[in-house]
Ligand binder design. Structure first.
Ligand code: 4NP
Length: 149
């Protein structure tokens, strides 16, 4: 069963949305039994926290409930537990590359690969940033599912 871990910096804004949106897209395709889907942050400052209220709101506006998610930091075992670790931006990807043990199984990639772009960190911006994150993550998650025919 494919297992996917979405990764950002804090695991309260972008990657919880990616976890919720990918689960939603997978469910809409009738394939919820096919995937293990989680999210985590490269940093641990928000460990145990729910998603940022702005992420909860933008998800709810689009019919997705992410309020029960809780933030956690990536751990060494993730690199063997997950087949794929999907970074929201190039900084996150660099961090993952630096921490991945050379014999670990996980493949690492950016969420947006064609063309390769960052999902911009919305934490210090306004509400428009969260709608942009939603749209970019939806694009990336829709694309990602096509990799699993
Ligand atoms: P995220 O956004 O990486 O999309 O969850 C951030 C959340 C918190 C912080 C930075 C980015 N922070 O510095 O606390």
């Amino acid at each position: 069963m494919p297992s996917v871990l979405f990764v950002c910096l804090g695991n309260i804004c972008r990657s919880p949305l990616a976890e919720g949106i990918f689960r939603h897209v997978v469910q809409a395709a009738g394939r919820e039994a096919d995937f293990v889907i989680e999210s985590a942050g490269t940093g641990g400052w928000h460990q145990g926290d729910p998603p940022d209220p702005r992420s909860i709101d933008i998800a709810r506006k689009h019919g997705i409930d992410i309020s029960a998610q809780r933030a956690r930091q990536i751990r060494a075992s993730d690199f063997d537990t997950f087949d794929l670790m999907v970074a929201m931006d190039a900084d996150n990807l660099r961090t993952l590359r630096g921490q991945k043990p050379s014999d670990a199984k996980a493949k690492l990639r950016m969420l947006l690969e064609s063309p390769q772009r960052n999902v911009p960190d919305p934490y210090y911006g306004g509400p428009d940033g969260f709608e942009l994150v939603y749209q970019l993550v939806l694009e990336g998650c829709t694309d990602l599912l096509r990799h699993y025919p």
